[in-house]
Design a binder for this molecule. Structure first.
Ligand code: ASP
Ligand code: MG
Length: 409
């Protein structure tokens, strides 16, 4: 008998009809002979609604009380789903995070899971019940309710799957899998059958927001097979797993992009030891995260320094940099938020050369100027002018023939 953890997001449990649809899927999986643990989110819009209520009382709600409030969203869904299953003749028991003892630290609103006591769940499964567990919440050592951060139900599901050593963790959502790129931008984008954890992390952090990043990190750490599927259509979805489970490996798996970045350039910085620390230190002091960094070769003792930050942080970062630039007698500081980052992702890059030149050539053929480049083992990212986003992504999708499935081999 296989043990499957299924997770349904907010839109999948948005109303009673949809909850009935979920119950049907859960029951089908159980009838097929599986042990099933279900993790659910709050009904769509509910967490936002609760958050608005809290903020109407005060701008910064007490974190502990906010968790008590937000956790009710998921508590509603588990009860409704368990009732629906029971009404269909499928024995089910619902549990809050505290009841299954999903132990977390005490960092309210962004707690981390420390351990899960799966005795209760195992007993239920043995007795033939479906266990329905509230996502996004746990309990800290003091017994206070905690929540795991927005989108945290994904992490609950993967953590449970890891703790129970489940055969698969299925994440049901409103898309039918992970695509080679955003299908709204490129019509020929193709659903991927398989993807490695590493690739998914790159795709997710680069803006393909299907899964919470922490959930993928968790899955990767415990080698939990993850599958992203639609709760509205039938289909195999996308399996996210380790590299050795993937037989037909494409060189490039997908193209991610990020519209949320802005670029800061400091011209004419004296090329001395410590300048990078001085510039980036001033930015870090304001708790601003830096993504790409480039420093030029020095000429006449001066160099240029460019880096990117989140667009929302641009003004604050510029303030910090202007100050340092004055101290360093730098020539000029330029801020630019009309940029995008486009990234080519694929574990196959490790064993193939010439990918970068093919990528840069494809962009050049479209007359797209590359402003910054950064690479890792499985990713090449470029920063280009914002207006070239679609053109660039389409050109790369064509050049790397991502519309065609990879050859067997
Ligand atoms: N309900 C929470 C949220 O909206 C957690 C989740 O849906 O995963 O962020
Ligand atoms: Mg979600």
């Amino acid at each position: 008998m296989a043990l499957i953890v299924q997770k349904y997001g907010g839109t999948s449990v948005g109303d009673l009809e949809r909850i009935a649809n979920v119950a049907g899927r859960v029951q089908a999986s159980r009838d097929a002979g599986n042990h099933v643990v279900v993790v659910v989110s709050a009904m769509s819009g509910e967490t936002d609604r609760l958050l608005t209520l809290a903020k109407a009382i005060g701008d910064v709600p007490p974190p502990r009380e906010l968790d008590v409030l937000l956790s009710t969203g998921e508590q509603t869904t588990i009860a409704l789903l368990a009732m629906t299953l029971e009404a269909r003749g499928c024995p089910a028991r619902s549990y809050t995070g505290a009841q299954v003892r999903i132990q977390t630290d005490s960092a309210h609103n962004k707690a981390r899971i420390l351990s899960i006591d799966h005795q209760t769940l195992c007993r239920d499964l043995k007795e033939g019940y479906v266990a329905v567990v509230a996502g996004f919440q746990g309990v800290d050592p003091q017994g206070s309710i905690t929540t795991l951060g927005r989108g945290g139900s994904d992490t609950t599901a993967v953590a449970l799957a890891a703790a129970l050593d489940a055969d698969e963790c299925q994440i049901y959502t409103d898309v039918d899998g992970v695509y080679t790129t955003d299908p709204r931008m490129v019509q020929t984008a193709r659903r991927l059958d398989r993807l490695t954890y590493e690739e998914m992390l790159e795709m997710a952090s680069l803006g393909a927001k299907v899964l919470q990043i922490r959930a993928v990190e968790f899955a990767s750490k415990y080698k939990t097979r993850l599958r992203v599927l639609s709760s509205f259509e039938e289909g195999p979805g996308t399996l996210i797993t380790s590299e050795d489970e993937i037989m037909e490996q494409a060189v490039i798996s997908g193209i991610a992009f990020n519209r949320d970045e802005a670029k800061i350039t400091i011209l004419g910085v004296p090329d001395n030891p410590g300048i990078a620390r001085q510039i980036l230190g001033a930015v870090a002091e304001r708790n601003i995260e830096v993504d790409m960094i480039i420093q030029n070769v020095a000429q006449d003792g001066n160099t240029d320094f460019t880096f990117t930050v989140h667009r929302n942080d641009l003004q604050r970062a510029l303030e910090a940099v202007h100050k340092v630039a004055a101290e360093l007698s730098a020539r000029e500081v330029i801020g630019d938020d009309k940029i995008v980052k486009i990234s080519l992702v694929g574990v196959g890059m490790r064993s193939h050369s010439g990918i970068a030149s093919l990528m840069f050539g494809a962009l050049a053929d479209e007359g797209i100027n590359i402003q910054m480049i950064s690479t890792s083992e499985i990713k090449i990212s470029v920063v280009v002018e914002e207006k070239y986003l679609e053109l660039g992504v389409r050109a790369l999708h064509d050049t790397f023939e991502l519309d065609k499935p990879p050859a067997e081999g």
